[in-house]
Design a protein around this ligand. Sequence first.
Ligand SMILES: [Zn+2]
Length: 448
Amino acid sequence: MNLMKLYNRVPIFMQNIFTTAQGYLYKKERFGKVYYATLEELRARNYGDLQELREYQDALFTELVRHAAENSPFYREFYKNIDLSQVRTVADIEKLPRLPKETVRRNLPQMYTVAPESAIKSETGGTTGTAMRFYYTKRDRQRRMAYLDFFKMRHGFVPMKMRRASFNSSRIVPATQKAKVFWRTNRAIKQRIYSAFHVKNNNLRYYVENLNKFKPHSIDGYPSAIFEVANYILENNICLDFKPVAIFPTAETLLPHYREAMEKAFGCPVRDQYASSEGAPFIVECTAGRLHYCMDNGVIEFNADGQMLVSCFDTHATPLIRYEIGDKAFLAEEQSCACGCKMPVVDHIEGRVIDYVLTRSRGRFPAVFLSCKGVPGVRYAQFVQDRVDALLVKLVATEGSNHAETEKAIRKKFQYFLGEDMDIQVRFVEDVEKEPSGKFRYIINNVK
Ligand SMILES: [Zn+2]
């Protein structure tokens, strides 16, 4: 019998012990010596000194390029006509070829520099094509954990000392479970995991009751799930018995109306960050509420159309250099920030192309422009596009609302945006669908 089958058959208190035991294994892997040493390094760094940051970036960049050329069969071939002795600083980056996603997809096994058994696996979601498998060395994995935790520490959260509620896709609730217990506790790092799959309708009150008992110092995970809980708290005027130091969304695009509802319901700031499972330099929100790209964690080249080329210093097992990651970000016009950090300020990040609605006459609309804010009677919305000239808007209505009125308001708002040549269909549904991974997609774009 495998472990998952065994887990599903034991009582909930045993499942908590399993979760904690698993937590200790992860803790050893992720929070070891390198993790603590990296935290020290990050604490000591002078983020106000651009020259020092640049020198550090140059050193790590050339080290990564050399490492890739020496240890990865793919890069040996890819760089064979390039004089690498001429690549001395980040300013020389354009001497190296770009790395398209398709090239990575085709050559992935030749890119690895380590034996898969000795490395840590990370897979990209299958929603943007077939899943791709990347590896991390144990060292790089711990360094990434340190970057993430250092970001949280700057907002007042102390990892492993403070309680953390995580809304994620761990399959902690067996399909046959009858009890309304949608969480398990990982005592190894003071974390309670809340199933993102079950955050809906009649279950919401159990989540809120339990959060009130657990009193987390931070909440992290899928913003769509945390948003639903926030909405429930606001709709029912629930007074919480705790106030987290911050909420840290992961994995999905943080939409403006998510942020607003979460900050109001939990009475604390939402602090966003961007990273990706294949390995991209972190982009993190600072205490002044702006996004900085961590130039001590990699190089991001910002193209005029927003497409990022990423080179990440924690990708020694599967080196990524000038990788066309498929996400967009734009540098801010105003580069100075009140927080004192001199790392470049990013205006905003846009998700993958799949997070757009396409129009014939008006171009692309990312999710942030498709908020249903101000439309009466909308509880949740989801946009599904199968053709460039048609859009299906699925709506979960609030109780007792007037469907006809809601539909009219939706049409009025979006017809204006998306153009008269867009055929907008509105459908009221009981529930919006989630993906097998538990992620919620605000826009499902099937236009090829
Ligand atoms: Zn700042």
